[in-house]
Design a protein around this ligand. Structure first.
Ligand code: HEM
Ligand SMILES: *[C@@H]1O[C@H](CO)[C@@H](O)[C@H](O)[C@H]1NC(C)=O
Ligand SMILES: *[C@@H]1O[C@H](CO)[C@@H](O)[C@H](O)[C@H]1NC(C)=O
Ligand SMILES: *[C@@H]1O[C@H](CO)[C@@H](O)[C@H](O)[C@H]1NC(C)=O
Length: 484
């Protein structure tokens, strides 16, 4: 009885809050009729959320944006995930939003996601603490660190993972193992072991929690995710305390955790254990799922575009043959993969792992003749721009060659933003590129493959292959003249 009562109270409160919000929004719309971007708020309570979700659960979600852009223009108003939202499909506006982070706009995530990330995650931080943590992250994934340290780890962990492949392989699963093990190594110098495997299991539960955003209170996935988060945080906390002790004994490691310790005592005081744990947890979120998805999708697009795959093969076989029996890739090898870099960009452009970013207007903002009211949500859509025929010729087909001339785009150079921009630009942008390139190199030179069964690319709750992209692999050797 009690639960039913509670449920009713809950429902009543949400309906009431919703009606109130809607009345306020409608008043806004009336009062500023001429100045708000055009659009519709859709159905009561859910707005246009269902249309958005059902579009993004298919392989072709574009109509959701296309329809509205053709009706209202590049900036329109909609109502998704419980709030009226201004949606931008315009590169200039997107740039304006990204560049004015912290001044006119601030990042904004639902409370359910904040609970999973922890207060001190980079994604949620603001102001000077954000600045410090952001540059610290950058300084641990910049090109000189990649060249001198990370490349060797990436190369080794990719090869180690590929060594175990036979027969049928779920590409998405294997890619996740690679990026997870790599992030753990980069953060705290652990090589894959039982401990990392246990951590990964709990960690997957946390990630699943992110997928239950729309109604987290009723979701058991979300409750499990919160529990898992506590366990992961405990495990990481233990590592942090252990390492602090070792440091006092004079031991130093070359990893991100060390950099966080060294951040101790700089202006603004040192980082607490809680800050460090939240930071590491968020870095796992930001770096592991995105990169493993892009690895999977690159292979999918290449498989479906055989002439691109064979061009890429030539590039990598040449590197392999030049290197003889030396297995590991060096920085010069990475730097001699021009077509691979085209494939990387084209995959990022077409896949749009992060389809855009949510922000909140900190004040009334005038842009392109419209006013975005203070407190309103804004969504800067990268996807809408990346797939716009005005900016990329034949924008919806996979064509790596487009990057060989004028940086891919037919218009200005600022339209390609897979990693965002401004003060929150992804600090892992170079790392992700290297991981994908190294992965493609070893995959292509060691295996041939065919899809094991039809699979589908979907975009909600996150961009992924519905069946984790099962493929059947066959080992090949470049040095055996009797093969292929
Ligand atoms: C293909 C792979 C990746 C894509 C597409 C991607 C994309 C993005 C985007 C669009 C943002 C901006 C979010 C915003 O403005 O609100 C971002 C932020 C971030 N990314 Fe990545 N990312 C990738 C890989 C990585 C990797 C490997 C790392 C690991 C270092 C990483 C760490 C971060 C962090 C810590 C942030 C938060 C930055 C901040 O708020 O200051 N990402 N990423
Ligand atoms: C990368 O970061 C390191 C510190 O970790 C710094 O010494 C180096 O100058 C940075 N390199 C570049 C190219 O920014
Ligand atoms: C990486 O991690 C996974 C799961 O934690 C584990 O099963 C795998 O053996 C590890 N090693 C490699 C090289 O992928
Ligand atoms: C890939 O995109 C980046 C921008 O993110 C650009 O700087 C680079 O030149 C592009 N690479 C190629 C090969 O066009």
């Amino acid at each position: 009885m009690d639960t039913i009562n509670n449920l009713f109270i809950c429902l009543f409160l949400s309906v009431f809050t919703f009606l109130l919000l809607r009345a306020v929004a409608a008043a806004h719309l009336r009062r500023r009729k001429t100045r708000l971007p055009p659009g519709t708020l859709g159905l009561p309570f859910i707005g246009e959320t269902l249309q958005l979700i059902s579009a993004y659960k298919t392989e072709n979600p574009e109509p959701f944006i296309d329809d509205r852009v053709s009706k209202y223009g590049n900036i329109f108003t909609t109502h998704v995930f419980g709030e009226p939202t201004v949606f931008s499909a315009d590169p200039e506006t997107n740039r304006f939003i990204l560049q004015n982070e912290g001044r006119l706009f601030e990042s904004s995530y639902p409370g359910s996601i904040q609970n999973l990330l922890g207060r001190y995650s980079l994604l949620l931080m603001r102001g000077t603490l954000h600045k410090r943590m952001h540059s610290l992250t950058m300084s641990f994934a910049n090109s000189s660190i990649l060249k001198d340290h990370l490349l060797a780890d990436i190369d080794r962990l990719v090869r180690l993972n590929l060594d175990s492949w036979t027969g049928r392989v779920f590409l998405m699963e294997e890619a996740k193992k690679i990026t997870f093990n790599l992030t753990v190594k980069q953060l705290m110098s652990f090589d894959p072991c039982e401990w990392t495997e246990k951590l990964m299991k709990e960690y997957m539960l946390v990630i699943e929690g992110f997928f239950s955003i729309p109604l987290p209170i009723f979701s058991s996935t979300y409750r499990k995710a919160i529990q898992a988060r506590r366990k992961v945080a405990e495990a990481l906390g233990l590592v942090v305390r252990e390492r602090r002790k070792e440091r006092e004994g004079g031991e130093r490691k070359n990893d991100m955790l060390e950099a966080l310790f060294e951040g101790d005592g700089v202006e603004g005081g040192g980082f607490s254990d809680e800050e460090i744990v939240d930071f590491m947890l968020a870095l796992l979120v930001a770096g592991y799922d995105t990169t493993s998805t892009i690895m999977t999708l690159a292979v999918k697009f290449l498989t479906e575009t055989p002439h691109a795959l064979s061009h890429l093969k030539e590039e990598h076989e040449e590197i392999r043959l030049r290197k003889g029996e030396v297995e590991s890739l060096q920085w010069e090898d990475y730097k001699s993969m021009p077509f691979t870099q085209c494939v990387v960009n084209e995959t990022l452009r077409i896949a749009n792992i992060i389809s855009g970013v949510f922000r909140r207007a900190m004040t009334d903002i005038n842009i392109k003749g419209y006013t975005i009211p203070k407190g309103w949500k804004v969504f800067a859509s990268f996807r809408a721009v990346h797939l716009d025929h005005e900016h990329f010729k034949d924008a919806r087909s996979f064509d790596p060659w487009r990057w060989q001339s004028n940086a891919g785009s037919t218009s200005s150079p600022n339209v390609f933003t897979p990693f965002g921009g401004g003060p929150r630009r992804c600090p892992g942008y170079e790392l992700a590129r290297v991981e994908l390139s190294v992965f493609l190199h070893h995959l292509i030179t060691r295996f041939s493959w065919v899809p094991a069964e039809p699979d589908k690319l979907i975009f909600f709750p996150t961009t992924r292959m519905q069946k984790r992209y099962p493929i059947i692999v066959q080992r090949r050797s470049l040095f055996d003249p009797c093969k292929e």
